[in-house]
Design a protein around this ligand. Structure first.
Ligand SMILES: *Cc1c(COP(=O)(O)O)cnc(C)c1O
Length: 375
């Protein structure tokens, strides 16, 4: 079975992890700082590394001090962690539908969803394609609200020549194995705002404060640390930072391989009228996490099943969030966000990962076009 996504681990990665295992630190040691520094050098924005993409989003919402009844605008077409991490603060999730072309949140619908209670807009870079960050930035700034980017798919993508991570107030990455670089489980938050990033750091490290200038408990010794706000343990251990550092050195070459696969699919499938292909806007450079095609909704199930029967591990991304029972019981219904629903009903994610070989890409395209011809 060719999976839809897969990590790429080489000998250098393995060696790096083994070295960390032989060192004095398993968890918070020198590699955490090194990985954070390397992330900053790569994307151009200061970074805190954490234990997952979900943790990264949770920290982002903690940093903006999200409260009960605050509103957060999100697209329906995403992994549920985008909403779960805000809803857990008691915030109200407000959906703004997507644009069919990219699968990303539509700025004109975001504008309509804003109320005096809106605290943040969350953009998801679907499949790796950056959202309309200029428009969203402008809407956020005019309304005095935060722009948070769920960049779980888009590590290494660029928007107007800038790496994703330096544009939104807070950008959350995931290092899950299928994502663009991996630490097994892991994530990061990037921000150009030192106050927000400090709040992220504290929330991810039990809320502990070690800076004597900030102490409120007087007369303590050198051992002292204290907590002003509750936090959790979302630390990324040295063992995994070792893997992250090794992965980061080849992030650009992994991106190039994804790009070659993208181009190959596109050239092999573009003449097939029954398939709509992903597009790339001119001002972005995409590190493709997914290769999402769209077919007629009434044929999607059969094409999906036939591909799987042929050993091609396709996936569907995603059931729109408002159709999960957790949102249905709040009153959301099918038809509420028709573009996300139509996108979902027609979508299939074809296999894409750096070590997928071109002959395998050709095989997937051949099997897929064969299935469509015989329908
Ligand atoms: C993977 C993913 C997450 C969560 O990341 P984890 O590292 O799996 O916790 C969040 N949002 C989106 C869009 C994702 O694809």
């Amino acid at each position: 079975m060719i999976p839809y996504g897969r990590q790429s681990i080489d000998e250098a990665d393995i060696l790096a992890v083994v070295q960390a295992l032989r060192s004095d630190w398993l968890t918070t040691g020198p590699l955490v700082h090194q990985f954070e520094k390397a992330m900053q050098d790569f994307i151009g924005a200061p970074t805190v590394v954490v234990s997952s993409g979900t943790a990264a989003l949770h920290c982002a919402f903690a940093a903006i001090e999200l409260k009960e009844n605050d509103e957060v605008i999100t697209p329906p077409l995403t992994f549920i962690a985008t909403q779960a991490t805000a809803a857990i603060f008691g915030a109200r999730i407000v959906f703004a539908d997507i644009q069919m072309s990219t699968g990303n949140i539509a700025p004109e619908l975001v504008l309509k969803a804003i109320t005096p209670r809106t605290k943040a807009i969350v953009a998801v870079d679907y499949a790796g394609h950056p959202a309309d960050l200029d428009e969203l930035r402008r809407i956020a700034d005019t309304n005095g609200i935060y722009l948070i980017e769920d960049a779980a798919h888009s590590f290494g993508s660029k928007y107007r020549g800038q790496y994703v991570g330096s544009i939104a107030d807070l950008t959350a990455f995931s290092f899950f194995p299928t994502k663009n670089i991996t630490t097994g489980e892991g994530g990061a938050i990037a921000s150009q705002n030192p106050q927000l990033l400090e709040k992220v750091r504290r929330f991810s490290r039990q809320g502990l404060i070690r800076d004597p200038e900030l102490f409120q408990v007087p007369g303590q010794g050198a051992w002292h640390q204290e907590v002003h706000e509750f936090g959790l343990n979302y630390r990324l251990p040295d063992i995994l930072c070792a893997l992250g550092l090794a992965q980061l050195t080849k992030a650009e070459s992994l991106k190039k391989k994804r790009s070659v696969i993208f181009e190959t699919y596109t050239s092999l499938l573009q003449s097939c009228d029954a398939i709509k292909l992903p597009i790339q806007q001119e001002h972005v450079e995409v590190n493709w996490h997914l290769y999402p095609i769209r077919v007629a909704p009434k044929l999607r199930m059969r094409i999906y099943d036939e591909l799987r029967r042929n050993g091609i591990g396709v996936q569907v991304n995603y059931l729109p969030a408002h159709l999960h029972p957790v949102f249905r019981k709040m009153g959301y219904r099918p038809g509420d966000f028709p573009i996300s629903e139509e996108f979902y009903e027609s979508e299939i994610s074809l296999p894409i990962y750096p070590n997928l070989e071109i002959h395998q890409v050709e095989k997937v395209a051949e099997v897929l076009t064969g299935i469509i011809k015989n329908l």
